[in-house]
Design a protein around this ligand. Structure first.
Ligand code: DAT
Ligand code: MG
Length: 137
């Protein structure tokens, strides 16, 4: 079974109408999209999703931002899914991301960096469960 990751197109990228370009890149990179939905998180749901960062200075602005507009949630699969998606996204801070990565092209700051990706198989499983409780996994 291919490794899975949870990918998110964040509110900044949705508002900038970048869904099409980002999904095109996802398909060109050989990912299979095995789940996809558009949702608007409440502040509490954003806080729950980013609970690992609850003690960080950016937790409050991050969860305000993530609940500020619709987001597109996707489950992606291919070989080396987690590390490959993180490579395609680039570094967390768009200013430090390699040319041609999604965050370098479409992010505007470390707080508004266009996309999300899980960072380990354990995190991926937890994050996928967070959004696909028992319904459609
Ligand atoms: P990543 O999204 O690359 O896995 P992370 O898990 O360290 O990065 O942080 C989660 C999100 O929090 C990140 O996408 C943007 C925000 N963030 C991280 N570091 C930040 C900082 N120093 N200032 C503001 N926001 C930050
Ligand atoms: Mg992370």
């Amino acid at each position: 079974m291919a490794e899975k990751t949870l990918a998110i197109i964040k509110p900044d990228a949705v508002k900038k109408k970048l869904i099409g370009k980002i999904i095109q890149k996802i398909e060109e990179e050989g990912f299979k999209i095995s789940g996809l939905k558009m949702i608007l998180l409440t502040k509490e749901e954003a806080q729950g999703f980013y609970i690992v960062h609850k003690d960080k200075h950016f937790y409050d602005p991050l969860t305000d931002f993530m609940s500020s507009g619709e987001i597109l949630i996707m489950v992606l699969e291919r070989e080396n899914t987690i590390s490959h998606w993180r490579e395609v996204m680039g570094a967390t801070d768009p200013a430090l991301a390699q040319p041609g990565t999604l965050r370098q092209m479409y992010g505007s700051s470390v707080e508004r960096n266009a996309t999300h990706g899980s960072d380990s198989p354990q995190t991926a499983e937890w994050e996928i469960n967070y959004f696909y409780k028992s319904e459609e996994k």
